[in-house]
Design a protein around this ligand. Structure first.
Ligand code: FAD
Ligand code: NAD
Length: 397
């Protein structure tokens, strides 16, 4: 029998953890494992709100794959996936290369969900990659510089964050921390700067614990963020946003954090999706394809009450580990696979430097303790993918 070919698409949390399981558990020549990723680095998506606001460098949020991948065991291809042809067991890259597989793992992450809101794609930024956050940071700084040349344009100093989910809240915390520094650098009166966090639902962080939501809103309000709750954004224009109430906010910077959907390549490749995510079976396989596994934000799984789990790094990591372990079993001809059962540890969110809140098990945590717990969880992740060296290099206390 020939050596099985395993192809992994995407080196995010799901794809990388699948790869690292195979790297650790398979012997040389047991399988041909190939990892394809757009960049030669993995980025720590859970930190991207920091470089977006400019409170950390974008470089800090990336880890070069050659530091964590053993290229004697894993073939790495820097390339962009264009399409998947599951019937023919092949994947086509943007440069025209075609990759054949016996087993495929799709971990291509997510895209912003715009719900068809007019103008968002064209005029709003999204926190989604290293390139995207570098652009947001540069844009924010440029708006301060422009304001100095056109002081009547207060829209240059007005920042709209659309959506008060976790991404919106975390970004507002960082942006509010950055503003005083920018005001000093560009000689701008801080009172002229406005940050609006606009949320469609009747509360920020819908579905999350109300005490923690109140705490987060209090902290951010104190830092200067103005919330507009129960106020959907209806349209985004080159001048700003129009709200469902009819109010228009003039802003030269709109950052859309209104939600995500699975990578559109999955839907375009013919898989049946809900908001871009494939409802996978208990072994994370796509319906109808026993050899196609889907991990991370492209996979849709449900809890006992039939509600979808939100797409998180926490689940993507666990899915990657499960998928990698099951692929080892398949390669070795073991008949029984391990079903995927998420083991949720809690949710922690940062609210700017040294501030956070969250739930660990059933315990609510606030302030510095929450911020430290979040660092500890970052440390665990970095240790998992790159050992002590990477953890010490990247985590700043
Ligand atoms: P990703 O991590 O997004 O990785 C996808 C990979 O695929 C990337 O490397 C990308 O370059 C690559 N790729 C994409 N398209 C192509 C293509 N066409 N060809 C080749 N490669 C491609 N979750 C938590 O659990 N805790 C948190 O604290 C948390 N904080 C967050 C903070 C922010 C600011 C954001 C935006 C999200 C946060 N999340 C958090 C959610 C979490 O980041 C995602 O759920 C997680 O990244 C999903 O992992 P993934 O492997 O599916 O995709
Ligand atoms: P989300 O879907 O969790 O939140 C989006 C928010 O935007 C929602 O509150 C929604 O009501 C709001 N919204 C939608 N349409 C709107 C409109 N027209 N006008 C105004 N508001 C609108 O999306 P997210 O915050 O990007 O998070 C994506 C995933 O990543 C989630 O699963 C989240 O849990 C996870 N995440 C986790 C953390 C953490 O654990 N610290 C941090 C960031 C993201």
């Amino acid at each position: 029998m020939s050596t099985p070919k395993i192809l992994i698409l995407g080196a995010g949390y799901g794809g990388l953890l699948t790869t690292l399981q195979l790297q650790k558990k398979l012997n040389y020549n047991e399988a041909e494992v190939t990892l394809v990723n757009k960049h030669d680095y993995h980025y720590i998506t859970t930190w991207l709100h920091e470089p977006a606001a400019g409170t950390a460098s974008a470089d800090h949020a990336r880890v070069y794959l050659d530091q964590i991948i053993d290229t004697n065991k894993i073939r790495f291809i820097k390339g962009t996936v264009q399409s998947i042809q599951p019937e023919e067991r092949k994947v086509t890259l943007e440069n025209g290369d075609v990759l054949m597989y016996d087993y495929l793992v799709i971990g291509l992450g997510s895209e912003p969900e715009t719900f068809g809101i007019q103008g968002l794609k064209e005029h709003a930024f999204s926190i989604r990659s290293i390139n995207a956050v570098r652009q947001i940071r540069e844009h924010i700084e440029y708006m301060f510089a422009k304001y100095k040349m056109e002081p009547e344009r207060t829209d240059y100093l007005t920042f709209v964050v659309g959506g008060a989910g976790f991404t919106g809240i975390e970004f507002c915390g960082e942006l509010a921390d950055r503003i005083p520094e920018l005001c000093r650098e560009f000689d701008v009166n801080p009172e002229l700067v406005k940050i609006y966090n606009i949320e469609a639902a009747p509360t920020a962080l819908p579905g999350f614990d109300p005490d923690l939501v109140n705490y987060a809103m209090e902290v951010l309000t104190r830092k200067g963020v103005e919330f507009k709750i129960n106020t959907p954004i209806k349209q985004c224009t080159p001048e700003g946003v129009v709200l469902a109430t009819g109010e228009e906010i003039k802003s030269a910077t709109v950052v859309w954090t209104g939600g995500v959907r699975g990578n559109s390549i999955v839907e375009k490749s013919g898989f049946e999706v809900m908001r871009g995510r494939v409802k996978v079976d208990e072994y994370l396989r796509a319906p109808g394809y026993d050899n196609v596994f889907i991990v991370g934000d492209c996979a849709l799984i449900f809890n006992d009450q039939g509600r979808p789990y939100p797409p998180t790094a926490q689940i993507a990591v666990q899915e990657g580990e499960n998928c990698g372990a099951n692929l080892v079993k398949i390669v070795r001809g073991e008949a029984v696979l391990e079903p995927f059962v998420p083991n949720l540890q809690g949710t922690l969110a940062s609210l700017g430097k040294g501030e956070g809140m969250g739930m660990v098990g059933t315990k609510k945590i606030y302030g510095t303790s929450a911020a430290l717990m979040k660092k500890a969880s970052d440390l665990r992740y970095l240790y998992k993918i790159g050992g002590v060296g990477l953890a010490l290099k990247k985590v700043r206390l």
